[in-house]
Write a protein that binds this ligand. Structure first.
Ligand SMILES: [Zn+2]
Length: 341
């Protein structure tokens, strides 16, 4: 057994949970790198203390550990063979792949070796959970974040500033990802080592942006670790086309329905534009599909102004009264003009 967690915490296997906690707090305060300095010895001592506490403060892990410890002590005192196994196991546990270690031991069907290995496994599991960031010293760039943003046609043409609210995760600023402060669970991150905050960004959307364009905010993605750079934030811009009209550059395209007699006789209709309602004169004999341009009723930019182009659609009334049908019959009989052909 490479580590005796009871020895590390300067307690015995008969210590109560309260005593374990007190011992841990005392030692964690004493050996905290902020207090004892940042030397490698201090850091590894501090890790050892946390590791010991992680196992001994958890009743399930502690029971596993106690069993493994008993096996080990039994093996050491009763078998010289076990001594050799211990050394072998110590060599193999330095390999990064735990499975391999376990297999090589299982092959030998060495009971004590396996029990020893089991303890190492618990310790290793503990280390990987708690000190992942510290053990992997290579700088790691934070992940990029992708999100969507919706803007109107007018905002796309004119450009705008949009406020985006993003949930960001970062290394806890209080414990620096260590999860403990002076031997107690960090109050800021509650022992997760990370904090999440909503961060507001004001994003400048340039004028003339196209649908599905991406805007990159450098360094606003997830935080990097071990001095690695932050990831980037990518916003995909979606331009919302209004339902009642389409756009073509700065021009607004709209279809307007009129009755057949209005198309023949001409009329005045009211059309809703960006500037409000505008009266539009429909000339007599207006054809289906005919276009009427309303000057300067389109989208406005500081330097330009688009038009509104309305397309006339002659629409038959859904229901006709008998009187109307009679009139249409009369109209057909007296009509001299030929349609089509
Ligand atoms: Zn914290």
């Amino acid at each position: 057994m490479t580590k005796d967690y009871y020895q590390i915490l300067e307690i015995t296997e008969f210590s109560t949970q309260e005593e374990i906690k007190m011992a841990y707090r005392k030692l964690a305060r004493k050996w905290h790198p902020d207090v004892a300095g940042n030397s490698n010895d201090v850091i590894s001592k501090f890790k050892e203390i946390n590791e010991a506490y992680e196992i001994l403060s958890n009743n399930i892990k502690k029971a596993d550990y106690d069993r493994a410890r008993k096996f080990y002590n039994y093996a050491k005192s009763s078998k010289t063979e076990a001594k050799n196994t211990e050394q072998k196991t110590e060599n193999t546990t330095t390999k990064p792949d735990f499975k391999e270690t376990k297999q090589s031991n299982t092959k030998k069907e060495e009971k004590f070796a396996f029990s020893f290995n089991w303890e190492e496994f618990i310790a290793k599991k503990c280390r990987t959970n708690h000190y992942k960031k510290e053990e992997n010293k290579s700088a790691k760039r934070g992940n990029d974040i992708y999100t969507d943003i919706e803007i109107s046609v007018f905002e796309a043409i004119n450009g705008t500033n949009k406020v985006v609210n993003m949930l960001q995760t970062q290394v806890c600023p209080i414990c620096g990802g260590r999860k403990f402060v002076n031997g107690s669970i960090c109050n800021e991150c509650h022992g997760t080592g990370e904090t999440s905050n909503y961060k507001k960004f004001s994003v400048k959307i340039p004028a003339g942006i196209k649908d599905k364009s991406k805007i990159r905010l450098a360094g606003e993605g997830e935080a990097g670790s071990n001095g690695g750079k932050n990831g980037d934030l990518y916003l995909t811009v979606h331009i919302l086309e209004p339902k009642s009209y389409k756009t073509d550059g700065l021009n607004i395209l709209k279809t307007v329905q009129i009755a057949p007699y209005d198309a023949v006789l001409g009329t005045t209709i009211s059309v809703t534009t960006l500037k409000g309602n505008v009266s539009v004169k429909i000339p007599a004999n207006t054809q289906n599909g005919q276009k009427i341009r309303l000057n300067a009723c389109g989208i406005e930019t500081p330097s330009k102004q688009g038009d509104m182009i309305i397309t006339i659609e002659i629409q038959l009334p859904k229901e006709l009264s008998n009187e109307e049908i009679e009139l249409y019959k009369k109209l057909r009989d007296i009509s001299s003009s030929k349609v089509g052909g």
